[in-house]
Design a protein around this ligand. Structure first.
Ligand code: FE2
Length: 361
């Protein structure tokens, strides 16, 4: 929900929701599980659902059986509950907090998001066998609210990185850990809110940088147009031109997944007044391209979280956004254009400088 400029201390921050169940994101949980003091992880699904896969070193207590197991749970250590998509895990947290287990959080998006985002080795519900060769890792950056992606074809060992942050180390570590050969660095658009990381990553890997043919970037790059494709092993990144948030915005599709940059965010669309954007073009990009994709298409945006006044979820689907996204539910073209052009907080002063820097190198 948008708020009048005077109500917001920072253009992107919104208040915490009252009464919300504490959530932990997949990447945060993975880091904790690998750390010195991992939380106690509880799978609240029915036992039959565990057959497909479960998180490492967890324990199984189906939701209905929680009341009988309270004495076995520590009150002085963090507990994390999870299920398939997150709803039963939230109920479990509500129940446990009501009984004095205050260090309890639910895994946001359930094991399904965990497998998509943090650990592709964990089996996913409904994922077909071929999906097993496509590797996807998401890199959330809590400080900027940005999301970057590493996609790989496991059979060929070839990978691409989308929208890397300025520090190349997380991507270099993931590339070396998986033995990936990086064949492309792709930017969905010229970012205004953070310094992009294509150049530092290129300097370390020599992988070519791909941008829209409409990008005014001054550094060496390869230009992409509608229907172009970047192969990586037997997979490919297909290009959709989706101008609107910026003139040079691309949406990148890999199988049934889109990397939608700031064209389609979770619950919102990227503002069109931060650079060379255009709300009419954004409307066309959404209605003529992205909303024509099947509802099951997975949506991986470039931003999440409070810093961008967004939900704390990291991925969605076209169908979920079609049903719930505030920008997409304005009812008419005219209402959408008004929504995108009225009532936003002022553009932060440093954005023009960031754009200039992102175009220079
Ligand atoms: Fe952006």
């Amino acid at each position: 929900m948008r708020t009048a400029p005077t109500d917001l201390p920072h253009p992107y921050i919104r208040p915490e929701r009252a009464g919300a169940v504490p959530l932990i994101g997949p990447a945060e949980l993975k880091a904790l599980l690998e750390g010195p003091e991992p939380p106690v992880v509880i799978d609240v699904r029915a036992p039959a659902e565990r057959l497909l896969g479960h998180l490492p070193r967890d324990r199984s207590i189906p939701l209905a059986e929680l009341p009988r197991h309270l004495d076995e749970l520590p009150r002085d250590r963090p507990l994390v509950t999870y299920d398939q998509f997150g709803s039963d895990a939230r109920r479990a947290v509500d129940y446990l907090r009501g009984r004095g287990f205050f260090l309890t959080a639910a895994l946001e998006g359930g094991i399904d998001d965990y497998a998509r985002i943090a650990d592709p080795e964990i089996a996913r519900y409904g994922a077909d066998a071929r999906d097993g060769t496509l590797w996807l890792r998401q890199f959330p950056r809590a400080d900027t609210g940005c999301l970057a992606y590493l996609l790989g074809d496991r059979s060929a060992g070839k990978a691409v990185v989308i929208d890397p942050g300025r520090d190349p180390e997380p991507y270099l570590a993931a590339l070396s850990e998986g033995g990936w050969d990086l064949v492309a660095i792709v930017e969905t658009h010229t970012h205004a809110d953070h310094l992009a990381g294509h150049s530092p990553l290129h300097a370390k890997t020599d992988a070519p940088i791909f941008l829209s043919r409409s990008s005014p970037a001054l550094y060496p790059h390869r230009a992409l147009a509608e229907a172009d494709a970047i192969p990586f092993g037997s997979e490919e990144v297909a290009v959709l031109e989706t101008p609107g948030h910026t003139k040079d915005h691309l949406t990148l599709r890999v199988r049934d997944k889109i990397f939608s940059g700031d064209t389609l965010l979770i619950g919102a669309c990227g503002r069109t007044d931060l650079g060379d954007g255009n709300p009419e073009l954004l409307y066309e990009s959404l209605t003529e391209k992205l909303l024509r994709l099947p509802d099951t298409t997975e949506v991986y945006p470039a931003h999440f979280g409070r810093r961008h006044a967004l939900v704390e979820r990291y991925c969605s689907t076209v169908g979920f956004e079609r049903a719930t996204n505030e920008a997409l539910n304005q009812g008419s073209r005219a209402a959408f254009l008004a929504y995108m052009t009225e009532g936003w907080p002022p553009k932060p002063a440093e954005f023009d400088r960031i754009v200039a820097e992102n175009l220079r190198a």
